[in-house]
Design a protein around this ligand. Structure first.
Ligand SMILES: NC(=O)c1ccc[n+]([C@@H]2O[C@H](COP(=O)([O-])OP(=O)(O)OC[C@H]3O[C@@H](n4cnc5c(N)ncnc54)[C@H](OP(=O)(O)O)[C@@H]3O)[C@@H](O)[C@H]2O)c1
Length: 280
């Protein structure tokens, strides 16, 4: 029998319809947690929700109103969240603007989880101590945050660097939470799961070269192996020792973009994101 390390814990997993989100949700439920799952596709999410034993929560992160409705749905179901796995994300063609008019790598990877986490702060704080895990990527090294051009309107947007910028924002947001929400007992970490042979890159011909070719067998790790660092962090829980840190799989302080420690970027991204989602 699986060791019940998560009994009594409430977990919300985003991007739970596929890949490492689906796997983490099932493993954490198996370890005794009450797990809520969210995704944009009802058909894909339903079997995962059935496996973990909760109702599927549908929200498309390319629509900020969906995120607001999701936060209200979650608040209606649970008063406390012990672990929030902000895992939904991926590579998107920059020309396909979101419903809200944003560059999609920016909105789906950063702005939507930023809004969700802000709206769920009361439930995270109500847990006493809680943990926000942001699934980032080694791709953060390719990113470049320009505070006056978060939507790539004044520079050329190329898919992978734009994705890398979103994943860099995940680390910057992690630092922002660590600096601002410690009094609420909220700890945050970011993590690169490794090169996982999931459905990742389904919208990208370039990433697809590796992820949908015979090379996949040699270049990627299994979905279970990719989920393992997320599960380990959730089990470790809100450890102040690691607050604001970025893991590369199980190793603390992975290689990160120099902007990730730039205080003007940490403050600037937080303030501009608040204003873009109407919280400022
Ligand atoms: N795989 C890798 O090599 C790798 C490496 C570094 C970091 N990561 C990160 O790991 C996380 C999970 O990726 P994965 O490898 O498990 O890939 P995946 O199998 O493609 O899963 C991505 C999840 O995010 C969801 N998602 C995508 N766009 C969304 C939207 N607009 N609204 C709501 N949900 C959305 C997907 O929903 P659907 O099922 O509806 O598509 C799916 O549940 C991502 O943040 C990714 O950037 C992955």
């Amino acid at each position: 029998m699986t060791e019940q390390t998560m009994t009594g814990k409430t977990v919300l997993v985003t991007g739970a319809s596929d890949g490492i989100g689906a796997e983490s949700a099932k493993v954490l439920a198996d370890k005794g947690a009450t797990v809520y799952v969210t995704g944009r596709s009802a058909d894909k999410l339903r079997p995962v929700a059935e496996a973990v034993g909760t109702e599927p929560l549908i929200a498309d992160f390319s629509r900020l109103d969906d995120v607001r409705r999701l936060a209200a749905d979650v608040a209606g179901r649970t008063a406390t969240i012990d672990v929030l796995l902000n895992n939904a994300g991926g590579t998107f063609h920059p020309s396909k603007k979101t419903h809200d008019g944003h560059e999609p790598n920016f909105q789906v990877n950063h702005l939507a989880p930023f809004l969700l986490t802000q709206l769920l702060r009361p439930q995270l704080a109500a847990a006493g101590t809680s943990l926000v895990v942001n699934t980032s990527s080694v791709g953060n090294l390719m990113g470049k945050i320009v505070l006056d051009d978060l939507d790539y309107e004044h520079r050329r947007a190329i898919e992978l660097p734009a994705y890398g910028t979103g994943k860099l924002m995940n680390i910057v947001f992690t630092r922002g939470i660590a600096q601002r929400w410690a009094d609420d007992g909220i700890v945050s970490v970011a993590v690169h799961p490794g090169p996982v042979g999931s459905s990742f890159g389904r919208d990208s011909w370039f990433v697809g070269l590796v992820y949908r070719s015979p090379l996949k067998r040699f270049a990627t790790i299994s979905v279970a192996d990719g989920a393992a660092p997320l599960v380990a962090l959730a089990e470790r829980g809100p450890d102040p020792e690691v607050d604001g840190r970025y893991f590369s799989r199980f190793s603390i302080d992975g290689r990160e973009n120099k902007q990730a420690k730039d205080q003007s970027i940490i403050d600037g991204l937080w303030e501009r994101s608040e204003s873009l989602v109407g919280l400022a």
